[in-house]
Design a protein around this ligand. Structure first.
Ligand SMILES: Nc1ncnc2c1ncn2[C@@H]1O[C@H](COP(=O)(O)OP(=O)(O)O)[C@@H](O)[C@H]1O
Ligand SMILES: [Mg+2]
Length: 234
């Protein structure tokens, strides 16, 4: 049995009178690629923000079993690149200070990360506004992985992308998982992407995990909501 790197226990969170997370409990194992699948407004982004400590739950706990200095690498929903700095400076944001390296080395490392996500060195000096949606997502992905974090969190890495670009991003995530074996938590409502990149899938519905299992278990489920979700891609 692998150890959980994240243990979520009885987690609840409300905004005013709206309960968004309802008594969630589940473990995420070290090295696992977990997809949290759910419709829009189901609490996916709130859950990720709670995991990384940006939101404080009303009750329950998130325990992170990691001593690493580089615990988290996060791709926030809508990429959230810094508009006024170049692509390479966006990517180096997480490691430039931390690794104590020169500007030249930082840029070289950013270029390597661009290569890792299938982008050309020539875009290193461009600004985010000059990039297509798919390129922005990949730059945000490069930034999320640049400091070799133990846990990578990707909030809707394929949303807004056409199917071909979505598949390129899926492939990058699969390769990342295979080659570096980090723990990856991907948030999505894209079931095609979920089936491609996940070891395990947790289905979030109105703030509750209604199903948690391997891809095969989710594909063979009898749960009507999940079956409806799956039918959309057929
Ligand atoms: N900071 C906030 N203040 C109040 N309500 C919020 C806040 N963040 C999210 N919500 C609400 O919580 C619910 C879940 O949001 P979210 O986690 O962003 O959904 P999604 O699954 O689409 O990522 C939504 O109803 C949203 O309006
Ligand atoms: Mg969201």
């Amino acid at each position: 049995m692998r150890n959980p790197i994240i243990s979520i226990l009885n987690l609840s969170l409300s905004f005013d009178d709206r309960t968004v997370l309802k008594d969630l409990s589940f473990d995420i194992l070290k090295g696992e690629s977990l997809v949290i699948l759910g419709g829009s407004g189901s609490g996916k982004s709130v859950l990720t923000k709670t995991i990384i400590g940006l939101l404080v739950p009303d009750s329950g706990s998130v325990k992170i079993n990691s001593k690493s200095k580089n615990k988290f690498g996060v791709l926030f929903q809508n990429s959230a690149l810094f508009d006024y700095v170049t692509v390479w400076e966006n990517i180096s944001f997480n490691y430039k200070k931390r690794f104590n390296i020169s500007k030249k080395e930082a840029k070289q490392l950013a270029i390597e990360k661009l290569n890792d996500v299938g982008l050309e060195e020539s875009i290193a000096d461009m600004f985010p506004i000059e990039l297509s949606g798919g390129m922005k997502k990949r730059v945000a992905l490069a930034r999320a992985i640049a400091h070799n974090p133990e846990i990578i969190i990707l909030d809707e890495p394929t949303s807004g992308l056409d199917p071909i670009m979505s598949d390129i991003v899926n492939e990058i995530i699969v390769k990342l998982s295979r080659d570096l074996n980090p723990t990856i938590i991907t948030i999505t409502h894209d079931i095609h992407s979920a089936f491609k990149i996940a070891d395990k899938i947790a289905v979030l519905y109105e703030g509750e995990i209604i199903s948690h299992g391997t891809v095969q278990e989710i594909q063979n489920t009898n749960n009507e909501y999940i079956k409806k979700f799956i039918r959309y891609i057929r």
